[in-house]
Design a protein around this ligand. Structure first.
Ligand SMILES: Cc1cc2nc3c(=O)[nH]c(=O)nc-3n(C[C@H](O)[C@H](O)[C@H](O)COP(=O)(O)O)c2cc1C
Length: 164
């Protein structure tokens, strides 16, 4: 799949809107991720409101690009009713990576802005979104048409491969 190799973090965006079908495709990709025991702990907030996006951009010192995007997806995880709670961060990471690849496949750009596991950032985002009991924010994914793209280099490194 070429999108895996073309994916890159995009932090600056054109002012163009993102089509609803493309946003749906990205969410579908996230929900198609593998998860421990198929527990699928995810829920998603889709933020189009500029004021909320600016507040999210201030939720972490490394989240400024959230203010510049067409929209921000906030993958969240349930904290109750899980079969394997210890696997939730792995589940959510698979979900985010799936979305980043689909963002690329849709001709869009995005970046993983870390919120979890930093408790202060999680509290900031939970409060901004009004997330209540049983749900926590995991990451921010600003999405939009890239202002520019870098040349992606091949990161294959044979020295990292150990054959026995
Ligand atoms: C777990 C994780 C957390 C990250 N957190 C941030 C972040 O808070 N802010 C940011 O600008 N980029 C963040 N990134 C993006 C990385 O900086 C980026 O993936 C890395 O520099 C490699 O560049 P590439 O994505 O273009 O290949 C994060 C990536 C991962 C996987």
């Amino acid at each position: 799949m070429n999108a895996i190799f073309e994916r890159q973090s995009v932090r600056r965006f054109e002012s163009r809107e993102v089509e609803t079908e493309k946003t749906d495709a990205i969410l579908r990709a996230g929900m198609s991720a593998p998860s421990g025991g198929n527990q699928r702990p995810w829920e998603f907030y889709v933020i189009n409101d500029k004021d909320t996006m600016e507040r999210l951009a201030g939720s972490s010192p490394y989240a400024v690009s959230a203010a510049d995007a067409a929209l921000v997806i906030v993958p969240c995880f349930r904290t109750e009713g899980l079969i394997y709670p210890e696997l939730v961060y792995m589940d959510m990471s698979a979900c985010v990576e799936n979305m980043l690849i689909e963002i690329t496949a849709q001709g869009l750009g995005g970046v993983w802005l870390s919120i979890a596991p930093y408790e202060d950032r999680m509290q900031n985002v939970d409060e901004i979104l009004g997330i209540g009991d049983g749900l926590r924010s995991f990451a921010l994914i600003p999405v939009g048409y890239p202002e520019m793209k870098r040349t992606v280099t091949d990161r294959y490194d044979k020295n990292r491969v150990h054959e026995i």
